[in-house]
Design a binder for this molecule. Structure first.
Ligand code: PNS
Length: 161
């Protein structure tokens, strides 16, 4: 079985992420969307909330599973017998760091990284920008699933933003 992982923070998941996940799902038998548990990075959503939103957003794909990991991505891949990492590249600015990580991960365990060119519709899109715009009352409809939009508005209201 050909297995791949789409790793990330997904705080929150955007249509840019979902585009990459669905394209990976058409290339591999099973795709794991893996949420990084990073206690050092402040996040809007808890890992459990992010997992729930991802499960709902990927429910139409029978071969997509959602999981979480901490530590090294290569260790997660080894444990789950995943041989490929799939990442989206939005622009040249993504490339340097992504290449560095791909080469390091390959050196560590031999895992391969495949880059998918982001749909131009989403080339400017990131979770951070979505949160920033939403925080100051901007409209991010169409950039994240409606369920995510609703939950983000609840979170921001709870925070008084
Ligand atoms: O959505 P993000 O925050 O850009 O995702 C970054 C992520 C999770 C893909 C990357 O930080 C990662 O793989 N972290 C796990 C720790 C690790 O393996 N670090 C070494 C990379 S060479």
């Amino acid at each position: 079985m050909r297995k791949a992982v789409c790793p990330g923070s997904f705080d929150p998941v955007t249509f840019g992420h979902l585009d990459i996940v669905s394209r990976a799902a058409s290339l591999f038998d099973e795709v794991t969307v893996a949420v990084l548990i990073n206690k050092r990075k402040a996040s809007l959503f808890t890992v459990d909330e992010r997992i729930e939103m991802l499960k709902e957003a990927t429910a139409d794909h029978e071969n997509v599973v959602v999981d979480a990991f901490h530590g090294l991505l290569v260790d997660f891949c080894r444990e789950k017998q995943i041989s490929a990492i799939v990442k989206g590249l939005r622009a040249v600015s993504d490339f340097d760091y992504e290449l560095q990580m791909a080469q390091m991960n390959n050196r560590l365990t031999g895992v391969e990284t495949l880059f998918v060119s982001t749909n131009p519709l989403y080339s400017y899109l990131s979770s951070s920008l979505v949160k920033d715009v939403a925080t100051y009352g901007g409209d991010v409809t169409g950039l994240v699933p409606d369920a995510v939009l609703e939950q983000m508005n609840v979170k921001l209201a709870e925070r008084g933003q």
